[in-house]
Design a protein around this ligand. Structure first.
Ligand code: SF4
Ligand code: ZN
Length: 312
């Protein structure tokens, strides 16, 4: 075949202007150029934050900044939209878990971004908080890396947020993360976690957690980061391939590809279940961990239970 004369499909243009499209949203059946993709992402974040009352005047928001693309995009967007609308302060908090060959570069990326945006930045480490790094703690248990890392990082972030008198913690969880978490809880049969209504914890000892990127998917965040030069190429965590989440991510991506909008419906289904179960869930009592004193619904919180188990 003569490839010089073969007809090529014309590059589609943006549905909002005449620029070439760089993204097709299969759910909404829309082509978008770089500018309108970024505008759409920002508008969705503003809508999430305002419709869910995530930010109030007088807030000090601790943004969990790993240095990866999700949290970096979150910090970048919040640093622009919050000062224009609220009398609230933003502080970035990075947790150094102690993962050799990975964390150094992402921390450097976090430091550069906060300097560029003029945002105060606190770095806390597992070593200073728990007396050990994730690498040393795991030792013979590498398959539990992400479970241990997630539980301890959550505690480290909460402790750091309390230390700086933050009123809320913002994390970069996106739409795909949320759908994966629902699927993981189903696949583990963990209905207690599936039905947990985290929004009800605010007044019972926990610092409020907000997820302003919850309506934005991973592909949009990647493109937003590239278009705006927010993060460069970063290494992947060496433990990432051992995670159950990695397998569920592949599954969720395939479901979303074949059934556009499925991730939204998975999350909506879980929210409906939470609403239905809410009455019985409100009867749960919140107590204090007997080791560290953090609020929890058991005798010992997840972080202290895990540390005790790994030290055996
Ligand atoms: Fe932690 Fe797992 Fe993420 Fe690595 S991939 S940073 S071990 S949660
Ligand atoms: Zn456009």
């Amino acid at each position: 075949m003569d490839t010089t004369t073969a007809k090529r499909d014309p590059i589609p243009t943006c549905d909002n202007c005449v620029e070439p499209a760089i993204f097709f949203d299969p759910g909404l059946q829309r082509h978008l150029c770089a500018k309108h993709l970024c505008l759409g992402v920002e508008l969705r974040v503003i809508d999430s934050v305002t419709s869910h009352g995530m930010v109030h005047d007088g807030d000090r928001i601790a943004v969990g900044l790993s240095g990866g693309k999700d949290s970096s995009v979150l910090l970048s967007i919040l640093s622009h939209i919050v000062p224009e609308r609220w009398d609230a302060e933003i502080v970035a908090v990075t947790v150094d878990e102690g993962i050799a060959g990975y964390r150094e570069e992402t921390i450097q990326s976090a430091v550069s971004l906060t300097q560029q945006l003029g945002i105060p930045h606190h770095i806390v480490s597992f070593h200073s908080l728990f007396g050990t790094t994730l690498d040393s703690l795991l030792g013979a248990h590498p398959l539990r890396a992400c479970t241990a890392c997630g539980i301890l990082r959550k505690k480290a972030l909460s402790d750091a947020a309390r230390e700086i008198d933050a009123t809320s913690i913002a994390t970069g969880h996106n739409l795909d993360d949320a759908a994966q978490s629902v699927l993981m809880n189903y696949l583990r049969g963990d209905f207690e976690r599936l039905l947990r209504d985290s929004s009800s914890r605010e007044d019972r000892g926990f610092i409020r957690r907000i997820k302003p990127l919850a309506d934005v998917n991973e592909k949009e965040i990647t493109l937003y980061s590239m278009i705006n030069g927010i993060t460069g190429h970063l290494p992947e965590c060496p433990y990432a391939t051992t995670a159950f989440r990695a397998e569920v991510r592949t599954l969720q991506a395939a479901i979303e590809y074949h059934y556009p909008g499925a991730s939204h419906r998975i999350i909506q289904g879980q929210e409906n279940l939470v609403t239905m179960a809410h009455k019985s869930m409100t009867d749960r009592t919140i107590d204090q961990c007997s080791v560290c004193g953090d609020p929890c619904s058991r005798r010992i919180c997840q972080a202290c239970g895990l540390l005790a188990e790994l030290e055996k």
